[in-house]
Design a protein around this ligand. Structure first.
Ligand code: P6P
Length: 333
């Protein structure tokens, strides 16, 4: 494949689809550059003073890893000065982060989970950064949380970086999904997979089985049928994978199919499920749908959910279309 850089790809996408105005292209390139910096920090491991927990908690009440805080700071600092953003929001920050007055405000809003899969950091398992881009409402004054309350279908771009054996950036601006691999020698992102498409059918599922006794009936039924394999109604055997890094599980599904599930369960009191709508489910749902897959909360298309709180959680079923439709149909019965 002819070597195409991220910049060349974005310029060509703009020519083809007129979907990447200069400010959005700048935003994507700044985020991609920040992911390079995060990859470098992650790669240091024990050789840098970056492993282990910070002595702080985030809004989710989760103990923050040092790299959670470092990654969040990298994304904030990289995006503040460019003039392309009006505000940012992060899993690691309780409230939104308006652009400081000393910098010009732009027309986009960036949401991110700066380092997803933190429990895997200290044991050298793939982790990632997830990001979502919304347009600031017309005539918006000082940004507020309410300005971020837009359905996932309003996203103008979404992507993730996965820090694994290779560092990769997966990106969509609404015209398909493309994947870039970081050339560490040149420090540049190189297009390595065009128009990724998720296989319609699959033999692999991803779920944390230790929660099985807490699942509601539709999920119990669906997973029981997968486990019954060729001896049951599905008539074929299935395999299971659970990396406990959403980015890594989704990347596998983009490449070879599968269904990823983080359902609500009987323990949920305040909010259903574990994953957050605005900066995990929504960007991943846009990517998955752009790659021919499907993403629901069991009943509703993820991208149609009207958000009401920045850090709200949502059940997630995403991946190969036929499987997501099947498990969603069980919820409808
Ligand atoms: P569990 C990581 O903490 C995360 O938010 C997702 O990346 C991942 O899919 C999920 O939680 C893992 O959750 O309950 O299996 O540890």
């Amino acid at each position: 494949m002819k070597r195409v850089s991220l910049t060349q790809h974005l310029v060509e996408e703009q020519r083809l689809h007129n979907s990447i105005p200069a400010e959005l292209r700048l935003l994507i390139e700044v985020v991609a550059r920040a992911c390079k910096t995060i990859s470098h920090s992650v790669g240091k491991g024990a050789l840098g003073d970056i492993l282990g927990s910070a002595d702080t908690e985030n809004i989710q009440g989760e103990v923050q890893k040092k790299l959670d805080v470092i990654s969040n700071e990298i994304l904030l600092e990289a995006n503040e000065w460019g003039g392309h953003l009006a505000a940012m929001a992060s899993e690691e920050m309780e409230s939104i982060h308006p652009i400081p007055n000393r910098y010009p405000m732009g027309e986009y809003m960036l949401l991110f989970d700066p380092l997803d899969g933190s429990s895997n950091i200290d044991v050298n398992v793939s982790i990632g950064t997830i990001f979502s881009v919304l347009k600031a409402p017309e005539g918006m004054g000082t940004p507020t949380e309410a300005d971020f309350m837009q359905a996932g279908s309003m996203q103008v771009a979404a992507g993730y970086a996965v820090y694994g054996p290779q560092t990769m950036l997966v990106l969509t601006t609404g015209n398909g999904v493309n994947c870039f691999t970081l050339d560490r020698e040149m420090g540049s992102w190189v297009l390595t997979q065009r128009h990724m498409m998720i296989p319609e059918a699959t033999k692999e599922f991803a779920i944390n089985m230790s929660n099985q006794r807490h699942w509601h009936a539709p999920v119990q039924r669906y997973v029981d049928e997968l486990l019954a394999g060729s001896t049951g109604v599905r008539g074929k055997d299935f395999n299971m994978r659970w990396i406990a890094s959403m980015v890594a599980d989704v990347h596998r599904i983009l490449n070879r199919g599968g269904i990823f599930m983080y359902p609500a369960d009987t323990r949920d009191t305040s909010m259903p499920g574990k994953l957050r709508l605005m900066y995990e489910a929504n960007p991943m749902a846009m990517i998955v749908e752009q790659a021919g897959g499907a993403a629901t909360d069991g009943r509703t298309r993820i991208l149609d959910i009207a958000p009401h709180k920045l850090h709200q959680r949502v059940p997630v079923f995403l991946g190969s279309k036929s499987e997501v439709e099947r498990v969603s149909s069980y919820h409808a019965e």
